[in-house]
Design a protein around this ligand. Structure first.
Ligand SMILES: Nc1ncnc2c1ncn2[C@@H]1O[C@H](COP(=O)(O)OP(=O)(O)OP(=O)(O)O)[C@@H](O)[C@H]1O
Ligand SMILES: [Mg+2]
Length: 393
Protein backbone atom coordinates (compact mmCIF):
# COMPACT_ATOMS: atom_id res chain seq x y z
CA UNK A 1 0.00 0.00 0.00
CA UNK A 2 1.23 3.48 -0.80
CA UNK A 3 2.72 5.29 2.12
CA UNK A 4 0.92 8.43 3.29
CA UNK A 5 3.07 11.21 1.98
CA UNK A 6 2.07 14.07 4.26
CA UNK A 7 4.70 14.85 6.84
CA UNK A 8 3.64 15.73 10.40
CA UNK A 9 4.70 19.29 9.68
CA UNK A 10 1.71 19.63 7.38
CA UNK A 11 -0.87 19.59 10.12
CA UNK A 12 -1.33 23.17 11.31
CA UNK A 13 -4.85 22.52 12.59
CA UNK A 14 -3.52 19.71 14.76
CA UNK A 15 -0.97 22.11 16.21
CA UNK A 16 -3.74 24.48 17.21
CA UNK A 17 -5.72 21.65 18.78
CA UNK A 18 -2.70 20.50 20.73
CA UNK A 19 -2.15 24.04 21.92
CA UNK A 20 -5.79 24.36 22.88
CA UNK A 21 -5.56 21.24 24.99
CA UNK A 22 -2.44 22.35 26.82
CA UNK A 23 -3.04 23.46 30.38
CA UNK A 24 -0.71 26.42 30.24
CA UNK A 25 0.45 28.21 27.17
CA UNK A 26 2.05 31.64 27.29
CA UNK A 27 0.42 32.97 24.17
CA UNK A 28 -2.35 31.23 22.26
CA UNK A 29 -3.00 31.99 18.58
CA UNK A 30 -5.99 34.24 17.86
CA UNK A 31 -8.14 31.42 16.43
CA UNK A 32 -7.86 29.53 19.73
CA UNK A 33 -8.13 32.53 22.03
CA UNK A 34 -11.16 33.92 20.23
CA UNK A 35 -12.67 30.58 19.18
CA UNK A 36 -16.03 31.40 20.83
CA UNK A 37 -16.37 34.69 18.98
CA UNK A 38 -15.41 33.09 15.67
CA UNK A 39 -17.89 30.26 16.18
CA UNK A 40 -20.66 32.69 17.15
CA UNK A 41 -20.00 34.71 14.00
CA UNK A 42 -20.02 31.52 11.90
CA UNK A 43 -23.35 30.45 13.35
CA UNK A 44 -24.85 33.87 12.60
CA UNK A 45 -23.41 34.05 9.08
CA UNK A 46 -25.89 35.34 6.49
CA UNK A 47 -23.59 35.75 3.48
CA UNK A 48 -21.72 33.21 1.36
CA UNK A 49 -17.99 33.14 2.14
CA UNK A 50 -15.54 33.06 -0.80
CA UNK A 51 -14.15 29.60 -1.66
CA UNK A 52 -12.12 28.13 1.26
CA UNK A 53 -12.93 31.09 3.53
CA UNK A 54 -14.45 30.30 6.92
CA UNK A 55 -16.42 33.57 7.06
CA UNK A 56 -17.80 36.05 4.55
CA UNK A 57 -15.90 39.36 4.19
CA UNK A 58 -18.54 41.34 6.09
CA UNK A 59 -18.32 38.87 8.98
CA UNK A 60 -14.51 39.01 8.98
CA UNK A 61 -14.83 42.79 9.33
CA UNK A 62 -17.30 42.34 12.20
CA UNK A 63 -14.77 40.08 13.96
CA UNK A 64 -11.98 42.65 13.58
CA UNK A 65 -13.90 45.78 14.55
CA UNK A 66 -16.19 44.10 17.12
CA UNK A 67 -19.07 45.81 18.85
CA UNK A 68 -21.72 43.10 18.35
CA UNK A 69 -23.35 40.71 20.79
CA UNK A 70 -24.47 37.46 19.19
CA UNK A 71 -26.47 34.51 20.34
CA UNK A 72 -24.77 31.20 19.67
CA UNK A 73 -24.99 27.56 20.57
CA UNK A 74 -21.68 26.69 22.20
CA UNK A 75 -21.05 23.33 23.84
CA UNK A 76 -24.75 22.51 23.63
CA UNK A 77 -25.75 25.70 25.46
CA UNK A 78 -27.28 28.89 24.08
CA UNK A 79 -25.01 31.77 25.02
CA UNK A 80 -24.62 35.47 24.36
CA UNK A 81 -21.17 36.17 22.97
CA UNK A 82 -19.74 39.65 22.76
CA UNK A 83 -17.50 40.24 19.75
CA UNK A 84 -14.70 42.46 21.04
CA UNK A 85 -12.77 45.03 19.06
CA UNK A 86 -9.41 43.64 17.90
CA UNK A 87 -8.00 46.37 15.70
CA UNK A 88 -8.58 50.05 16.44
CA UNK A 89 -8.41 52.16 13.36
CA UNK A 90 -10.22 53.21 10.24
CA UNK A 91 -12.76 50.58 9.14
CA UNK A 92 -11.94 51.44 5.51
CA UNK A 93 -8.38 50.18 6.06
CA UNK A 94 -9.63 46.82 7.28
CA UNK A 95 -12.15 46.59 4.42
CA UNK A 96 -9.38 47.24 1.88
CA UNK A 97 -7.23 44.56 3.49
CA UNK A 98 -10.06 42.00 3.38
CA UNK A 99 -10.95 42.78 -0.25
CA UNK A 100 -7.30 42.38 -1.24
CA UNK A 101 -7.13 38.95 0.37
CA UNK A 102 -10.18 37.85 -1.63
CA UNK A 103 -8.49 39.04 -4.83
CA UNK A 104 -5.60 37.72 -6.84
CA UNK A 105 -3.14 40.15 -5.29
CA UNK A 106 -1.32 39.73 -2.01
CA UNK A 107 -1.58 42.16 0.91
CA UNK A 108 1.25 44.24 2.35
CA UNK A 109 0.54 46.00 5.65
CA UNK A 110 3.05 48.76 5.96
CA UNK A 111 3.57 51.34 8.70
CA UNK A 112 5.60 52.53 11.65
CA UNK A 113 6.74 49.97 14.24
CA UNK A 114 4.15 49.03 16.87
CA UNK A 115 1.09 50.18 14.94
CA UNK A 116 -0.59 46.76 15.05
CA UNK A 117 0.39 45.34 11.65
CA UNK A 118 1.27 41.85 12.90
CA UNK A 119 -1.72 41.95 15.24
CA UNK A 120 -4.10 42.74 12.37
CA UNK A 121 -2.49 40.13 10.13
CA UNK A 122 -2.90 37.44 12.79
CA UNK A 123 -6.59 38.25 13.28
CA UNK A 124 -7.27 38.39 9.54
CA UNK A 125 -5.70 34.95 9.09
CA UNK A 126 -7.61 33.56 12.09
CA UNK A 127 -10.97 34.82 10.81
CA UNK A 128 -10.46 34.00 7.14
CA UNK A 129 -8.86 30.57 7.23
CA UNK A 130 -8.96 29.57 10.90
CA UNK A 131 -5.17 29.29 11.13
CA UNK A 132 -2.82 32.17 11.90
CA UNK A 133 0.22 30.01 12.57
CA UNK A 134 1.41 29.56 8.98
CA UNK A 135 4.02 32.27 9.24
CA UNK A 136 7.48 33.08 7.97
CA UNK A 137 9.59 35.62 9.84
CA UNK A 138 11.64 37.64 7.38
CA UNK A 139 15.25 38.14 8.47
CA UNK A 140 18.59 38.64 6.76
CA UNK A 141 19.04 34.88 7.23
CA UNK A 142 15.77 33.80 5.56
CA UNK A 143 16.54 31.54 2.62
CA UNK A 144 14.57 30.34 -0.40
CA UNK A 145 14.22 27.00 1.43
CA UNK A 146 12.27 28.71 4.21
CA UNK A 147 9.88 30.02 1.59
CA UNK A 148 9.56 26.91 -0.59
CA UNK A 149 10.67 23.58 0.89
CA UNK A 150 13.67 21.74 2.28
CA UNK A 151 14.73 18.12 2.69
CA UNK A 152 15.39 15.70 5.50
CA UNK A 153 19.00 15.31 4.40
CA UNK A 154 19.75 12.05 6.26
CA UNK A 155 16.77 10.34 4.68
CA UNK A 156 17.52 11.76 1.24
CA UNK A 157 21.02 10.23 1.48
CA UNK A 158 19.54 6.89 2.49
CA UNK A 159 16.49 6.76 0.21
CA UNK A 160 16.92 9.47 -2.42
CA UNK A 161 14.47 12.36 -2.70
CA UNK A 162 10.84 11.36 -2.36
CA UNK A 163 7.78 13.17 -1.13
CA UNK A 164 8.00 11.79 2.42
CA UNK A 165 11.50 13.27 2.80
CA UNK A 166 10.31 16.68 1.81
CA UNK A 167 9.89 19.28 4.56
CA UNK A 168 7.22 21.67 3.38
CA UNK A 169 7.44 25.37 4.18
CA UNK A 170 4.47 27.24 5.67
CA UNK A 171 3.93 28.56 2.11
CA UNK A 172 3.53 25.05 0.77
CA UNK A 173 1.15 24.08 3.57
CA UNK A 174 -0.91 27.21 2.91
CA UNK A 175 -1.03 26.38 -0.80
CA UNK A 176 -2.14 22.80 -0.19
CA UNK A 177 -4.87 23.81 2.24
CA UNK A 178 -6.06 27.03 0.58
CA UNK A 179 -4.99 29.03 3.63
CA UNK A 180 -3.27 32.36 4.26
CA UNK A 181 0.48 32.66 4.68
CA UNK A 182 1.73 35.39 7.00
CA UNK A 183 5.06 36.85 5.96
CA UNK A 184 6.45 39.08 8.71
CA UNK A 185 8.94 41.87 7.99
CA UNK A 186 9.29 41.03 4.32
CA UNK A 187 11.70 43.91 3.61
CA UNK A 188 14.30 42.34 5.92
CA UNK A 189 14.77 39.48 3.41
CA UNK A 190 17.47 39.82 0.79
CA UNK A 191 16.24 40.44 -2.79
CA UNK A 192 17.03 36.88 -4.02
CA UNK A 193 14.72 35.49 -1.37
CA UNK A 194 12.01 38.04 -2.09
CA UNK A 195 12.22 37.03 -5.75
CA UNK A 196 11.22 33.48 -4.85
CA UNK A 197 7.85 34.98 -3.98
CA UNK A 198 7.33 36.47 -7.43
CA UNK A 199 6.74 33.08 -9.05
CA UNK A 200 4.65 31.89 -6.10
CA UNK A 201 2.39 34.93 -6.43
CA UNK A 202 2.12 34.78 -10.22
CA UNK A 203 1.92 31.06 -10.95
CA UNK A 204 0.42 30.07 -7.56
CA UNK A 205 2.50 26.92 -7.53
CA UNK A 206 5.84 25.57 -6.31
CA UNK A 207 7.84 23.29 -8.58
CA UNK A 208 9.95 20.53 -6.98
CA UNK A 209 12.37 19.50 -9.74
CA UNK A 210 14.08 16.92 -7.49
CA UNK A 211 10.98 14.72 -7.45
CA UNK A 212 10.52 12.39 -10.43
CA UNK A 213 6.72 12.74 -10.51
CA UNK A 214 3.99 14.86 -8.90
CA UNK A 215 6.60 17.57 -8.78
CA UNK A 216 4.46 20.67 -8.72
CA UNK A 217 2.33 21.81 -5.81
CA UNK A 218 -0.63 23.87 -7.00
CA UNK A 219 -2.33 26.31 -4.66
CA UNK A 220 -5.94 25.68 -3.70
CA UNK A 221 -8.41 28.56 -3.88
CA UNK A 222 -8.14 30.70 -0.76
CA UNK A 223 -4.35 30.77 -0.77
CA UNK A 224 -2.91 34.24 -0.40
CA UNK A 225 -0.18 36.11 1.47
CA UNK A 226 -0.40 38.80 4.16
CA UNK A 227 2.99 40.45 4.48
CA UNK A 228 4.04 43.14 6.92
CA UNK A 229 6.81 45.70 6.55
CA UNK A 230 8.12 48.37 8.79
CA UNK A 231 8.28 51.78 7.10
CA UNK A 232 11.29 52.72 9.25
CA UNK A 233 13.13 49.72 7.77
CA UNK A 234 12.19 50.59 4.20
CA UNK A 235 15.29 50.70 2.13
CA UNK A 236 16.88 47.85 4.10
CA UNK A 237 15.82 45.68 1.18
CA UNK A 238 13.24 47.52 -0.84
CA UNK A 239 10.77 45.32 -2.67
CA UNK A 240 11.58 44.85 -6.37
CA UNK A 241 9.17 46.43 -8.85
CA UNK A 242 8.05 42.94 -9.86
CA UNK A 243 7.06 42.15 -6.29
CA UNK A 244 5.56 45.58 -5.61
CA UNK A 245 3.21 45.03 -8.51
CA UNK A 246 1.90 41.84 -6.93
CA UNK A 247 1.08 43.42 -3.57
CA UNK A 248 -1.65 45.83 -2.59
CA UNK A 249 -0.15 48.24 -0.07
CA UNK A 250 -2.31 49.10 2.91
CA UNK A 251 -0.79 51.76 5.11
CA UNK A 252 -1.40 51.35 8.85
CA UNK A 253 -1.13 54.78 10.47
CA UNK A 254 -0.37 55.61 14.10
CA UNK A 255 -3.65 55.94 15.96
CA UNK A 256 -4.91 59.44 15.24
CA UNK A 257 -6.81 60.38 18.39
CA UNK A 258 -5.90 60.21 22.05
CA UNK A 259 -9.18 58.65 23.15
CA UNK A 260 -8.66 55.63 20.88
CA UNK A 261 -5.04 55.26 21.97
CA UNK A 262 -6.12 55.25 25.63
CA UNK A 263 -8.71 52.58 24.81
CA UNK A 264 -6.09 50.40 23.05
CA UNK A 265 -3.67 50.73 25.98
CA UNK A 266 -6.45 49.96 28.48
CA UNK A 267 -7.78 46.91 26.63
CA UNK A 268 -4.47 45.40 25.52
CA UNK A 269 -2.73 45.88 28.87
CA UNK A 270 -5.68 44.19 30.60
CA UNK A 271 -5.44 41.29 28.07
CA UNK A 272 -1.72 40.92 28.63
CA UNK A 273 -1.99 41.15 32.41
CA UNK A 274 -4.73 38.54 32.59
CA UNK A 275 -2.03 35.89 32.20
CA UNK A 276 -0.49 37.07 35.49
CA UNK A 277 -3.88 37.02 37.18
CA UNK A 278 -3.35 40.62 38.19
CA UNK A 279 -6.28 43.04 37.95
CA UNK A 280 -5.11 45.67 35.52
CA UNK A 281 -7.18 48.54 36.78
CA UNK A 282 -5.22 51.67 35.96
CA UNK A 283 -6.94 54.84 37.05
CA UNK A 284 -8.32 56.73 34.00
CA UNK A 285 -6.35 59.86 34.95
CA UNK A 286 -3.07 57.90 34.93
CA UNK A 287 -3.87 56.24 31.60
CA UNK A 288 -4.59 59.70 30.21
CA UNK A 289 -1.26 60.97 31.55
CA UNK A 290 0.60 58.06 29.93
CA UNK A 291 -1.12 58.54 26.57
CA UNK A 292 -0.59 62.33 26.74
CA UNK A 293 3.14 61.99 27.44
CA UNK A 294 3.59 59.48 24.59
CA UNK A 295 1.64 61.56 22.09
CA UNK A 296 3.29 64.86 22.96
CA UNK A 297 6.79 63.40 22.81
CA UNK A 298 5.99 61.61 19.54
CA UNK A 299 4.55 64.73 17.92
CA UNK A 300 7.16 67.14 19.35
CA UNK A 301 4.38 69.47 20.46
CA UNK A 302 2.40 69.79 23.68
CA UNK A 303 -1.36 70.05 23.96
CA UNK A 304 -0.90 73.78 24.55
CA UNK A 305 0.90 74.08 21.20
CA UNK A 306 4.47 74.47 22.55
CA UNK A 307 7.21 72.84 20.43
CA UNK A 308 9.37 70.34 22.30
CA UNK A 309 12.20 67.99 21.32
CA UNK A 310 11.04 64.59 20.12
CA UNK A 311 13.11 61.50 20.99
CA UNK A 312 14.40 59.39 18.10
CA UNK A 313 13.21 56.13 19.66
CA UNK A 314 9.89 54.63 18.61
CA UNK A 315 7.02 55.97 20.64
CA UNK A 316 4.37 53.64 19.28
CA UNK A 317 1.14 52.51 20.84
CA UNK A 318 2.87 49.17 21.46
CA UNK A 319 5.48 50.97 23.60
CA UNK A 320 2.71 52.69 25.54
CA UNK A 321 1.09 49.29 26.19
CA UNK A 322 4.45 47.92 27.34
CA UNK A 323 4.95 50.87 29.71
CA UNK A 324 1.46 50.39 31.20
CA UNK A 325 2.02 46.66 31.74
CA UNK A 326 5.44 47.23 33.35
CA UNK A 327 3.98 49.91 35.63
CA UNK A 328 1.20 47.58 36.80
CA UNK A 329 3.69 44.74 37.45
CA UNK A 330 6.03 47.09 39.29
CA UNK A 331 3.27 48.36 41.59
CA UNK A 332 1.99 44.84 42.19
CA UNK A 333 5.37 43.35 43.08
CA UNK A 334 7.11 46.32 44.74
CA UNK A 335 4.25 48.58 45.79
CA UNK A 336 0.79 48.24 47.26
CA UNK A 337 -0.78 47.25 43.91
CA UNK A 338 -2.17 50.71 43.15
CA UNK A 339 -0.66 52.07 39.93
CA UNK A 340 0.95 55.46 40.47
CA UNK A 341 2.09 58.09 38.00
CA UNK A 342 5.59 57.67 39.49
CA UNK A 343 5.63 54.02 38.33
CA UNK A 344 4.53 55.16 34.87
CA UNK A 345 7.38 57.70 34.83
CA UNK A 346 9.97 55.06 35.80
CA UNK A 347 8.93 52.69 33.05
CA UNK A 348 8.41 55.43 30.48
CA UNK A 349 11.97 56.64 30.99
CA UNK A 350 13.41 53.18 30.42
CA UNK A 351 11.29 52.57 27.34
CA UNK A 352 12.24 55.88 25.72
CA UNK A 353 15.89 56.32 26.72
CA UNK A 354 17.63 53.39 25.06
CA UNK A 355 20.88 54.19 23.27
CA UNK A 356 20.77 57.76 22.04
CA UNK A 357 21.88 60.30 24.73
CA UNK A 358 19.83 62.93 22.89
CA UNK A 359 16.68 61.02 23.81
CA UNK A 360 17.58 61.54 27.45
CA UNK A 361 17.98 65.26 26.82
CA UNK A 362 14.61 65.42 25.06
CA UNK A 363 12.88 63.64 27.91
CA UNK A 364 14.65 65.81 30.51
CA UNK A 365 13.36 68.90 28.75
CA UNK A 366 9.81 67.52 28.70
CA UNK A 367 9.92 66.61 32.37
CA UNK A 368 11.49 69.82 33.64
CA UNK A 369 9.31 72.15 31.59
CA UNK A 370 5.97 70.51 30.71
CA UNK A 371 5.49 67.97 33.54
CA UNK A 372 6.73 70.43 36.18
CA UNK A 373 4.29 73.13 35.11
CA UNK A 374 1.35 70.73 35.11
CA UNK A 375 2.47 69.30 38.46
CA UNK A 376 1.64 72.58 40.18
CA UNK A 377 -2.08 71.92 39.81
CA UNK A 378 -2.20 68.13 39.27
CA UNK A 379 -0.91 65.55 41.75
CA UNK A 380 -0.43 62.86 39.09
CA UNK A 381 1.82 65.09 36.97
CA UNK A 382 3.61 66.05 40.18
CA UNK A 383 4.32 62.38 40.93
CA UNK A 384 5.36 61.80 37.33
CA UNK A 385 7.74 64.77 37.44
CA UNK A 386 9.36 63.81 40.75
CA UNK A 387 10.04 60.20 39.75
CA UNK A 388 11.23 61.03 36.23
CA UNK A 389 13.61 63.69 37.62
CA UNK A 390 15.19 61.07 39.89
CA UNK A 391 15.61 58.63 36.98
CA UNK A 392 17.09 61.21 34.62
CA UNK A 393 19.58 62.69 37.08
N1 LIG B 1 -4.46 50.13 16.16
C1 LIG B 1 -4.29 49.13 17.02
N2 LIG B 1 -5.32 48.33 17.38
C2 LIG B 1 -5.15 47.31 18.25
N3 LIG B 1 -3.98 47.01 18.82
C3 LIG B 1 -2.92 47.76 18.52
C4 LIG B 1 -3.00 48.85 17.60
N4 LIG B 1 -1.79 49.43 17.49
C5 LIG B 1 -0.97 48.72 18.30
N5 LIG B 1 -1.64 47.72 18.91
C6 LIG B 1 -1.10 46.75 19.87
O1 LIG B 1 0.31 46.94 19.89
C7 LIG B 1 0.98 45.70 20.05
C8 LIG B 1 2.05 45.56 19.01
O2 LIG B 1 1.48 45.45 17.76
P1 LIG B 1 2.21 44.70 16.54
O3 LIG B 1 3.22 43.75 17.04
O4 LIG B 1 1.15 44.18 15.65
O5 LIG B 1 2.95 45.93 15.86
P2 LIG B 1 3.69 45.95 14.45
O6 LIG B 1 3.07 47.07 13.67
O7 LIG B 1 3.68 44.60 13.82
O8 LIG B 1 5.16 46.37 14.88
P3 LIG B 1 6.57 45.99 14.23
O9 LIG B 1 6.67 46.80 12.96
O10 LIG B 1 7.55 46.43 15.26
O11 LIG B 1 6.56 44.52 13.99
C9 LIG B 1 -0.08 44.61 20.00
O12 LIG B 1 -0.33 44.18 21.31
C10 LIG B 1 -1.31 45.32 19.45
O13 LIG B 1 -2.45 44.80 20.04
MG1 LIG C 1 5.17 43.21 13.41
Amino acid sequence: MAKKKDSPLEAPAATATAVNGAAEVLRLPAEVLFADQLEALRQNETDTPPLSWKLAPRTVLAYIVGGKTLEANLGGKKQKIEVTRKFFGDTAIVERAIVTLASDRALLLIGDPGTGKSWLSEHLAAAICGNSTLAIQGTAGTTEEHIKYSWNIARVIAEGPNSSNLIPSPTMVAMRTGALLRFEEITRCVPDVQDALVSILSDKNIAIPELPDANTIFAKPGFNIIATANSRDQGVNDLSSALKRRFNYVHIPIVADKKTEIEIVRQRSADLLSRYEIPAAIEPAILELLATAFRELREGRTGEGVSIKSPSSTLSTAEAIGTAVDAVLHCRYFGDGKVTSGAVARNLVSSIVKEDPQDQAALKEYVSIVAKKRGVSDKHWQGFHDEAQKMLR
